[in-house]
Design a protein around this ligand. Structure first.
Ligand code: SER
Length: 326
């Protein structure tokens, strides 16, 4: 391992960013990882800088101060939240990406990670076992920003040789942190409600199949991609990765094995339409062939771990979800 590796994580308070930061600290050392977000995280163990990624000068400053060699840019407004203010979502998602790409080019950053999403696909793609090179006609501004971002990532690689790598994440399910503003968020919230013995109001129809992935798999995929030899990376837009596909009804079935009384009301809202435009399942052949990707967790395994871990957390902590973060 390169002992000079210094990693800047932008969006380190987010659902994925918070857990990824801890994994990177474990792997590279606490002092080698600079966590950053709009607000300082109370009780954070490690180096933290307040960074608004729409401010390129602030990113320059932090990269210079810590001699950063890698950037993971995880800040973005997600699919459902993004629809509230489409132009602002475009501005924020693109501005922050351009800032990261430009700073990386100017500072000759070794590697950059840019997360894409299943939201890049739309009805122009075959939504069953969606191949990597499908036609992209995203239905949300979030998806449009990710599809554009993928092309910009490839552009910076081709034009400037910047080593940008990217994954199209499915919905990420973890007990460590809460998602916010996504269409796949129900698949985390539902476990919290089950463990708290509360009813769940599901904003998707019961048979809505979506691709999902367990947090451990998502983090491992990210680190495996970033550590893969450069010559193995054949895709400079973004890699499909599959975890497991399921519907709300299938999660409820798993939950009721432990909580037979668990009650769910289905009240689909605007997110149903977004979900309907996304793949039901993902073909990740290219990631498998290029860097050996393979998911470990199925729905049964995910459900068991989610319920056990959340039960433990709620037993030890308060009901306030903020205090449950990590
Ligand atoms: N989880 C994201 C969302 O629902 C998809 O990338 O917006």
């Amino acid at each position: 391992m390169n002992t000079n590796t210094v990693i800047l994580v932008i969006g380190a308070n987010g659902q994925l960013g918070s857990v990824l930061t801890t994994s990177l600290q474990e792997k590279y050392g606490v002092d080698q990882v600079i966590a950053s977000d709009l607000r300082k995280r109370e009780g954070f163990n490690g180096v933290f800088e307040v960074v608004d990624a729409t401010d390129i000068n602030r990113i320059h400053e932090v990269v210079t101060q810590y001699k950063v060699t890698q950037i993971y840019h995880l800040a973005a407004i997600l699919s459902a939240k993004g629809e509230e203010n489409p132009l602002q979502t475009w501005d924020i998602n693109m501005k922050t990406l351009f800032n990261v790409l430009e700073v990386s080019r100017l500072h000759e950053i070794e590697k950059v990670f840019f997360p894409s999403s299943i939201a890049v696909f739309g009805e122009g793609a075959n939504l069953d076992n969606t191949p990597n090179n499908s036609y992209l006609d995203p239905s949300t501004v979030y998806g449009i920003s990710k599809a554009a971002g993928e092309n910009w990532a490839q552009y910076y690689y081709t034009k400037y040789g910047l080593d940008v790598r990217s994954i199209r994440y499915p919905g990420v399910i973890g007990y460590q942190s809460m998602p916010g503003g996504g269409t796949t968020d129900y698949a985390v919230d539902i476990f919290h409600k089950a463990v708290l013995k509360e009813e769940f109001n599901c904003f998707l129809k019961e048979d809505t199949m979506l691709p999902m992935i367990f947090m451990e798999d998502a983090i491992r995929a990210t680190i495996e991609l970033m550590e893969a030899p450069k010559e193995d990376i054949s895709l400079r837009t973004s890699y499909n990765i599959a975890g497991i596909s399921f519907s709300p009804a299938q999660v409820v079935e798993e939950i009721r094995k432990l909580y037979p009384e668990f009650k769910v009301n289905y009240a689909p809202d605007f997110r149903q339409e977004i979900a309907a435009s996304w793949p039901k399942s993902i073909d990740d052949t290219v990631a498998r062939n290029d860097w050996g990707w393979k998911a470990n967790f199925d729905l049964k395994g995910i459900a068991e771990i989610m319920m056990a871990k959340l039960k433990e957390k709620y037993k030890n902590g308060s009901k306030n979800l903020e205090t449950l973060l990590l």
